[in-house]
Ligand binder design. Structure first.
Ligand SMILES: C[S@@+](CC[C@H](N)C(=O)[O-])C[C@H]1O[C@@H](n2cnc3c(N)ncnc32)[C@H](O)[C@@H]1O
Length: 345
């Protein structure tokens, strides 16, 4: 017998049927460099390739931020690095982008991807931090202020589509929903411990769920039984008597409300908005993409207050929305609203 020490070649994931259905089976989509045609087909069909994220309103954001060579840019929500990569192309040579993300898992993947794309540590720095911690992180890097700041709130497709992160009711997975799985408590623990009143308040305040009371009652009567995303989705299905489309909307809103609560997203956004005027350089520009009214209301009010106080010289009068073409090509862009502001010179 001949001994062979070389590692066995990895077998590709087998799947049933003609097309892969589950996240891990989509091995071609996980390798965009190798399977360019497959990835192009997935995008053309209006979907997001597994393990990636399609940046939203890229042209509009570049038009607002007007990145130039030599500038300091902050991407407060690095995600897959789609926006960051486009900004980096504009600020080089001489510029530098600092990217922040609370998710240690995806941050590492994105840092590796951007390094592989040729962005060295001189021009691109990835920092694992909540965006409320931007001033401290910039001070540690001896950066006084940023010429431009982008925040693209919420979750990325990589997080949403990965069943083990528990963000989506469409995939069975643990009911987790933490952006940083090393901190805080998973959604299942929140559901097991929060009072019925508190749950109803979360669903109403975080996502305007009209059936908040009925859903909170059903959850309180089934404590401890909600460990998986599908457990919660099925409970909501069984406790409401509306059309399938309406029930699906309620499930979507409850998942969103829980995610916001689990990650304390409104407190983080409020803290980020508070630090903006001092973090921007004079005449610095900021763009923020929001995905629901709770976020947009906060951004709109903060920009207006800073404008009234004379800290910002210009703010967007109306929200900018993705074009119908972008929404057709990427339906996940549909709820996006973009606002911008310019600090006084
Ligand atoms: C919509 S994605 C950003 C996608 C990115 N613009 C791109 O082009 O790939 C939002 C990202 O923000 C991160 N995030 C959410 N809240 C955060 C916070 N408070 N601080 C830092 N990152 C946050 C999420 O982990 C996620 O990776």
């Amino acid at each position: 017998m001949i001994e062979n020490d070389s590692p066995r070649p990895k077998r590709r994931v087998r799947y049933r049927g003609k097309n892969p259905r589950h996240f891990e089976e989509k091995y071609k989509e996980h390798n965009p460099e190798k399977f360019v045609d497959t990835v192009a087909k997935v995008i053309a069909s209006g979907k997001t390739p597994a393990g990636s994220h399609r940046p939203i309103c890229v042209a509009e954001i570049l038009d607002i931020l007007k990145p130039k060579p030599g500038q300091i840019a902050v991407d407060a929500t690095l995600g897959y690095g789609g926006h960051a990569q486009e900004i980096l192309k504009c600020i080089l040579p001489g510029g530098r982008l600092i990217g922040f993300d609370v998710d240690p898992i995806e941050l590492l993947r994105t840092e590796t991807r951007l390094r592989d794309a040729g962005f060295t540590s001189e021009v691109f720095t990835a920092i694992h931090s909540n965006f409320a911690g931007i001033p401290k992180a910039l001070a540690n890097l001896n950066i006084a202020a940023a010429d431009l700041i982008l925040a693209d709130l919420g979750v990325s497709s990589m997080q949403y589509d990965r069943p083990e992160r528990g963000f989506s009711f469409k995939h069975d997975g643990p009911l987790d929903m933490r952006l940083n799985p090393n901190r805080g408590q998973p959604a299942s623990v929140l559901l097991a411990n929060a009072s019925q009143e508190k749950l109803a308040q979360i669903f109403t305040e975080n996502s305007d769920e009209p059936h908040a009371q009925a859903i909170a009652r059903a959850i309180a009567a089934n404590r401890g039984a909600l460990q998986r995303t599908t457990d919660l989705a099925n409970l909501i299905r069984n406790s409401l008597h509306n059309s399938k489309d309406e029930v699906d909307l309620s499930i979507r809103r409850v998942f969103q409300a829980l995610r916001i609560a689990v990650n304390d997203e409104f407190s983080a956004l409020d803290a980020f908005l508070r630090i903006l005027p001092n973090t921007l350089a004079q005449a610095g520009r900021v763009a923020i993409l929001t995905f629901h009214s709770g976020e947009d209301r906060r951004v709109k009010k903060a920009f207006k207050d800073f404008h009234t106080a004379g800290l910002f010289s210009q703010i967007s009068e109306d929200v900018i929305r993705p074009t119908p073409e972008e929404i057709r090509s990427n339906p996940r862009a549909a709820p996006a609203k973009l606002r911008w502001a310019i600090k006084r010179p």
